[in-house]
Design a protein around this ligand. Structure first.
Ligand code: GDP
Ligand code: MG
Length: 160
């Protein structure tokens, strides 16, 4: 009875997480997915994707005036990325903690960037910075049929 109790939702907040091309080339895809999976968030969408330039520009439009913007666009479009949509109460801020500071040398050990990277320009992973941007970015990177609504079997062991 306990296990078949309906679990309505893991929470309505969503975040867009992306393994950047350096993470794909360095074979860190499984490791990075695993950090979010083990934490207990819900995977809603996942794909390997070659990002076109116009999408990279739209995604990073707030950074258009920065000196590093052209190299950032080159970096993100240089090879495949792994796009993910994750759901859960508080997932946006929690994912940012799991990812760590933008500069990997300042990122705490135990975080993805703290453990796996050395430079801001090669910081292996992206995470949305607000629930609004989580929604915006998931809509930008995924088509409607690419997202799944489902309840994982372990849900009653994650959420009381
Ligand atoms: P994030 O939210 O932690 O990813 O950081 P930002 O939103 O501030 O910047 C987006 C991405 O732009 C970062 O993850 C880096 O890949 C890149 N970036 C930010 N600042 C710099 C910088 O000073 N130099 C370079 N080369 N890249 C940067
Ligand atoms: Mg950002």
């Amino acid at each position: 009875a306990f296990l078949s109790k309906p679990v309505a939702s893991m929470g309505t907040e969503e975040t867009y997480i992306m393994v950047k091309p350096d993470g794909v080339h360095r074979c860190l895809v499984g490791e990075i997915i695993s950090r979010f999976e083990k934490k207990g968030f819900l995977l809603k969408g996942l794909k390997l994707f070659q990002c076109p330039k116009d999408l990279a520009q739209e995604h990073y439009k707030d950074l258009k005036e920065k000196s590093f913007y052209p190299s950032l666009i080159d970096y993100i479009t240089s090879g495949p990325v792994v796009c993910m949509a994750w759901e859960g109460a508080g997932v946006v801020a929690s994912a940012r903690k799991l990812i760590g500071a933008t500069n990997p040398l300042q990122a705490e050990p135990g975080t993805i960037r703290g453990d796996l990277a050395v430079q801001t320009g090669r910081n292996v992973v992206h995470g949305s910075d607000s629930p609004e941007n989580g929604k915006r970015e998931i809509a930008l990177w995924f088509k409607e049929g690419e997202l799944c609504q489902w309840v994982p079997a372990q849900a009653p062991w994650l959420i009381e």
